[in-house]
Write a protein that binds this ligand. Structure first.
Ligand SMILES: [Zn+2]
Length: 263
């Protein structure tokens, strides 16, 4: 899928989690619902950091371009090192390592560790990166026509404001994990979810997605998971923009109302 569909599905997924959490007796304070949905929308672009023309690889100027090259090389190396004879030869790392559940869990755990052990700047940094991505994903065309610096400024100011709201009593920095020193542990959750939703979105497209690596399926370790061929669509096709994106909007709306216990 393309950036906007990925981001929208990420936001909708977090709102759905909000509804489920309310059902299980852990309702999200509204800042957790809003910030989580934005982080998840941003995190849903992150796996494409292995592709130089993806939104994320251009979102932070030279930093993301260099990171993209490193991730692409790393992914390709891991692919070559773990492929079986049945996995096809390939020339780059796109849709390999960063498109697996293992990767999603690793970056989510890494973010949670950073958020709980780091200081306020760590939280601000995590918010900033994902808010910039959320703007790029959700407001795709508008972000493209405005300058990068404006989007970064918007990301920085909203990160600052939202961190302030989360830090207030009842604001939700201690949502779900209430122990001492566990503030912001939950920040990893929208990041795992965003990456997984991205993988599922890609699995629906023609080339599939190796979500379950390194579990062997058939004789392949990088088996491109997906529905039967007839149910797949091309990235950026009408199915994506005319059917899936409106569906994500509706599902996200319903999830959001459920999360706020308004249904
Ligand atoms: Zn992808």
């Amino acid at each position: 899928m393309m950036g906007p569909a990925h981001s929208l599905s990420g936001a909708a997924a977090w709102l759905g989690v909000g509804a489920a959490a309310a059902g299980f007796g852990h309702p999200m304070p509204w800042p957790v619902l809003v910030v989580g949905a934005l982080i998840c929308a941003g995190a849903a672009l992150a796996p494409d950091l292995d592709h130089k023309s993806a939104t994320i690889s251009r979102a932070f100027g030279p930093i993301s371009r260099i990171l993209c090259e490193i991730i692409d090389k790393l992914s390709y190396a891991v692919y070559k090192a773990t492929r079986t004879k049945a996995d096809p030869r390939r020339s780059g790392g796109h849709r390999t390592l960063t498109h697996t559940a293992v990767w999603a869990v690793l970056i989510g755990a890494g973010t949670s560790a950073l958020a709980t052990t780091g200081d306020r700047w760590a939280v601000l940094g995590i918010l900033f990166v994902h808010l910039v991505l959320a703007v790029e994903g959700l407001l795709w065309r508008m972000a493209r026509t405005s300058s990068d610096v404006l989007v970064w400024l918007l990301g920085a100011t909203s990160a600052w404001i939202l961190a302030g709201v989360l830090d207030r009593p009842g604001g939700g920095s201690d949502w779900l994990f209430t122990g001492d020193g566990q503030e912001y542990l939950w920040l990893g959750l929208p990041i795992v979810l965003g990456a997984l939703v991205h993988d599922i979105g890609d699995a629906l497209t023609v080339s599939g997605c190796p979500i379950l690596w390194p579990l062997p399926i058939g004789r392949k370790r990088w088996y491109p998971l997906g529905p039967p061929k007839g149910m797949r669509f091309r990235a950026g096709s009408r199915v994506e923009t005319k059917v899936l994106m409106p569906a994500f909007l509706v599902l996200g709306g319903v999830g959001g109302l459920g999360a706020l216990e308004l249904l």
